[in-house]
Design a protein. Structure first.
Length: 364
């Protein structure tokens, strides 16, 4: 798995098992940027978000408790969805090897689980963590290394979920001129409320347990960092969070649930009609929110439970909208919003396919 990467200076597997994933990222020493300053620099277009990173702190005890509750509540569902996706990949990908290319960080836990399920099915599956950055594209150095080792025809891209579909669109744009890939790249996710993936376990916006933590459930690796210098995109390692690391215990929890399953049905790629219907419904919500809050830049809108939660942790929110305040899947979001003194509004069906959404404050 690692021989072809011998010439690349990478961070290895983080706190995952050696064969679970190879992060095709280089370690970077970068000064952390204050959240408020970062937001100002992003919105005034002085810096791109991918060139900065804020300090990542250990999750609080209430945050950890809510994560454990989410895991107890939804581990069985995630295990079922992982198996359904793995069944579909086993049936539809006929090459001798499957190369899973997960987007750092949200795609990596799913990629680890898919690889394990595919190995159980007798497939040769390899797994890599690769950077893709909105407005900058996929890390071509990393991607070319995987292509050289396994062939473009054997690559499946993995992310945790879709929100607005910005990353799926960035993937399509990045590969548009590359005839080695289909016009509709094979992107696999657990939840696809906006209909932008090739293959999803469902279109439902639900609380994916790994979506509400950061480095401590993703190998102690930061989100990816873009650099204008040639070579791999980068990341920061967080050894100071090792005492809070649940990376492998999360994988073992889902694997334990998956071992109890009878064989679930395979997931099916969206038909064009299904995809368009999902896209129209999601876009209608985004258009309505943009009008209601006078949002001119769609990057200030973060729809979906995971994206809304991460925005509260890493950005400067103006409003948090939820379908229902008593929804168990948004309780961490509610908790974090209360801590940060952010207004939460219950808006019912106005959110369409989403159960939560965060609007980033304009600081220009």
């Amino acid at each position: 798995m690692r021989n072809f990467c011998a010439g690349l200076n990478t961070v290895g597997s983080g706190s995952y098992g050696r064969d679970d994933v190879h992060f095709l990222l280089r370690a970077m020493d970068i000064k952390a940027t204050d959240v408020q300053e970062k937001e100002h620099l992003i919105q005034t277009r002085q810096r791109h978000y991918s060139e900065m990173i804020s300090q990542e702190h250990a999750p609080s005890q209430p945050h950890q408790n809510l994560y454990r509750r989410a895991l107890a509540q939804n581990a069985a569902r995630m295990a079922t969805d992982v198996q359904a996706l793995a069944n579909a990949l086993n049936e539809r990908c006929t090459g001798s090897t499957l190369a899973l290319v997960s987007f750092v960080r949200a795609g990596v836990p799913l990629g680890v689980l898919l690889r394990r399920a595919l190995l159980e099915a007798g497939r040769d599956a390899r797994h890599y963590g690769v950077s893709i950055v909105r407005d900058r594209g996929i890390d071509n150095v990393a991607l070319e290394a995987v292509i050289k080792a396994h062939g473009a025809e054997n690559i499946v891209f993995v992310d945790g979920w879709t929100g607005k579909g910005a990353i799926s669109e960035q993937l399509r744009e990045s590969l548009a001129a590359d005839s080695r890939f289909a016009p509709r790249p094979r992107l696999v996710v657990l939840a696809d409320p906006c209909g932008r993936a090739w293959l999803a376990a469902s279109a439902e916006d639900w609380l994916i347990p790994s979506g509400i933590l950061g480095a401590t459930v993703s190998g102690l690796v930061s989100r990816s960092i873009w650099s204008p210098e040639p070579g791999l995109h980068g990341c920061v390692m967080y050894p100071h969070l090792a005492g809070h690391d649940v990376t492998m215990s999360f994988i073992h929890s889902i694997e334990t649930e998956r071992a109890r399953l009878t064989r679930p049905a395979s997931a099916q790629p969206w038909t064009l009609a299904q995809s368009w219907a999902l896209q129209r419904r999601a876009q209608s919500v985004l258009d309505g929110i943009s009008k209601r809050f006078s949002v001119l830049n769609s990057n200030r809108i973060k729809p979906g439970i995971a994206e809304a939660t991460r925005a509260v942790m890493r950005r400067v929110p103006e409003q948090v909208l939820v379908r229902r305040r008593d929804d168990q899947d948004v309780q961490l979001l509610m908790h974090l919003s209360r801590q940060a003194n952010i207004e939460v509004r219950e808006v019912g069906d106005e959110l369409g396919p989403y159960r939560a959404l965060t609007v980033i404050r304009s600081v220009r």
